[in-house]
Design a protein around this ligand. Structure first.
Ligand SMILES: [Fe+2]
Ligand SMILES: [Fe+2]
Length: 283
């Protein structure tokens, strides 16, 4: 049964520069490489859901490339609001394959692995902090999920941005085409939506659709359910999500189980610090 490891929000900066002035995200990512090599051996694919860098810097992407190259399973990456597609293309192109090409230039992808369909949607809107999925991409998503259902094949959709609000005011933003996106997922309640961007393990439901948001590798967010909440982080332990499809005996139920875990590296838990000097690249 398929198992997918998800990492999100690496926020890697070039060597010598701290993410948001506080976090050695390059050193942090490099320190998890031994764990990542071993973890990849027990899954069918590794997915990185955006905010790979902090401002699209290609030196940062080269550090990411080194850490994710040579794993034993396919690795796929989609951009977040802190990324630049052109930079990802130039440095991390090995991790973008099976493009949907529904909208030229976007990095939407399909990865069919043994026993599962993985759809990766690019929600980046250059210059903006929030995401969208264009109609042309949703048209393709609808077909891909219908096909998977017709073949009784488990399907999972990955995005950087998450379409629901969660109560942390600063992070509760627009999501373009939210209603149509959720209505397509609603037709397939066994499909899991796996997101990032929130820097915290979160589970939400939209009708029968379950949305699992992976914790971040860098800068876990301070939970603050106020209008000003969502603008601070601590140097907590990096985390991951693991999505595993399991069919219950006798056909009682079948679906995705999502585990959240911590990556065993030393961190200080210092903070909270502000997400300052936030960059959403405009190209
Ligand atoms: Fe992020
Ligand atoms: Fe983000």
């Amino acid at each position: 049964m398929p198992t997918i490891l998800q990492l999100s929000d690496l926020h890697v900066e070039p060597r010598g520069r701290l993410a948001f002035g506080r976090c050695d995200s390059a050193g942090l990512l490099e320190s998890i490489r031994p764990w990542l090599v071993q973890a990849a051996e027990k899954v069918d694919a590794v997915v990185v859901t955006g905010d790979i860098g902090c401002d699209g810097n290609e030196d940062a992407y080269r550090i990411v490339k080194d850490v994710f190259t040579g794993l034993s399973v396919p690795v796929r990456m989609i951009p977040g609001n802190h990324d630049r597609r052109v930079g990802i293309e130039a440095v991390l192109g090995d991790f973008i394959e099976g493009r949907l090409e529904a909208v030229p230039g976007r990095q939407d992808q399909l990865l069919d692995i043994e026993g599962a369909r993985i759809v990766l949607l690019d929600t980046l809107q250059p210059g903006k902090h929030w995401g969208e999925v264009p109609d042309a991409v949703l048209d393709r998503l609808e077909v891909l999920l219908d096909e998977a259902a017709a073949q009784a094949k488990p399907a999972i959709v990955f995005t950087h941005h998450t379409p629901l609000h969660c109560g942390m005011g600063v992070m509760d933003e627009d999501f373009g085409n939210r209603k149509r996106f959720l209505s397509i997922l609603a037709k397939h309640p066994s499909v899991r939506l796996a997101t990032g961007h929130m820097h915290r393990a979160i589970v939400q439901s939209a009708g029968a659709t379950l949305i699992a948001t992976a914790p971040s590798v860098a800068c876990p967010i301070a939970i603050d359910l106020t209008p000003k909440g969502g603008d601070e982080f601590r140097l907590e332990t990096p985390g991951f999500a693991l999505h595993h499809w399991k069919a219950e005996p006798e056909g009682v139920a079948a679906g995705w189980t999502t585990f959240f875990g911590l990556i065993p590296v030393q961190t200080s838990f210092a903070g909270p610090f502000r997400f300052k000097d936030v960059v959403n690249p405009t190209e």
